[in-house]
Design a protein around this ligand. Sequence first.
Ligand code: 5GP
Ligand code: MN
Length: 338
Amino acid sequence: MNLADIKAVEKLLSLPQKIVIIPHKNPDGDAIGSTLALWHYLKNRQQKATVVSPNDYPKFLKWMPENETILNFESKNSQALAALQEASLIFTLDFNHFARTGQLAPLLEASQAKFIMIDHHQAPDDYADITYSDVSMSSTCEMVYNFIEFLGDIDSITPEIADCIYTGIMTDTGSFKFSSTTSRTHRIVADLIDKGANNTKIHTKTYNTNSPSRLHLLGTALKNMVILEAYRTAYITLSQEELDTYEYKKGDTEGFVNYGLTLEGIRLAVIFIENKEEGIIKISFRSEGDFSVNEFARKHFNGGGHDNAAGGRSDVSIEETAKYFISLLENYKDKLNA
Ligand code: 5GP
Ligand code: MN
């Protein structure tokens, strides 16, 4: 953030605002961690703030400090709507175009509030009065840490804020191993522990929440994995029927896509997940090295994300989607084998 933007934020926050903080639809650890961290920070500054989530989020994030104050737009609709309609200032975190908020998009479009964006995805839209966008950042949580530091408030980070920020950095970096993890990321994480983040508890609460049915679903996913050696690619399919068999709950497939990349020589890993209710196939892409799944998802699957982690969707059957995907790979053969 440049000095003018910092000054502008300081000016906004020097007045009492009605603040709404919004993560993207199907929020992950970084989205919930960053919105809740900012919520704690603003509340401690005596601001009136509310987090409004477009929809529900997985159980493995529901331990986070005061996450129960988050208004789920689907289940607490009238309260969430009221907060949005009276907002004077809206923070949008961990996304950069309104479409990523699903049914909240038209409301954001129509809002007269000031907007502040904090995000680390590519190609930000131009909707915000203040845009803090940086694709080199490991996570939006790392940017919230920076944001608090820009405002000269680093010492106001409480153990609750530290827990939230730590969680988002941890989940978005695959526990500090993706290439977006820098020495500064580690320094921030160290400082968060000094400020009271309970790192061991966070790992346990976030990752050790398996149910037997989820492990069985993982077994099915791994059995379904197809390896295309010529394209250094591995993909997984999960049909709605398979999800139903193992009592799929939100978040159960989190991380499945990463298994493909653990195979030696595999550069591209993909998972196709059928969602009968929405009538779509939800796709996650992960890559290792220079192959940009952000570009690939943007170009072919109506999606986007980061260079090495992106998502998208398809409106045809899971079989047709996989077939189409394979047909595309021939054009990328050289890149995947480079
Ligand atoms: P995941 O595969 O874990 O759902 O998402 C990986 C990354 O891609 C995340 O940073 C997420 O925000 C982004 N992403 C996932 N799905 C979509 C999508 O449909 N559109 C866009 N633009 N980004 C997505
Ligand atoms: Mn993120």
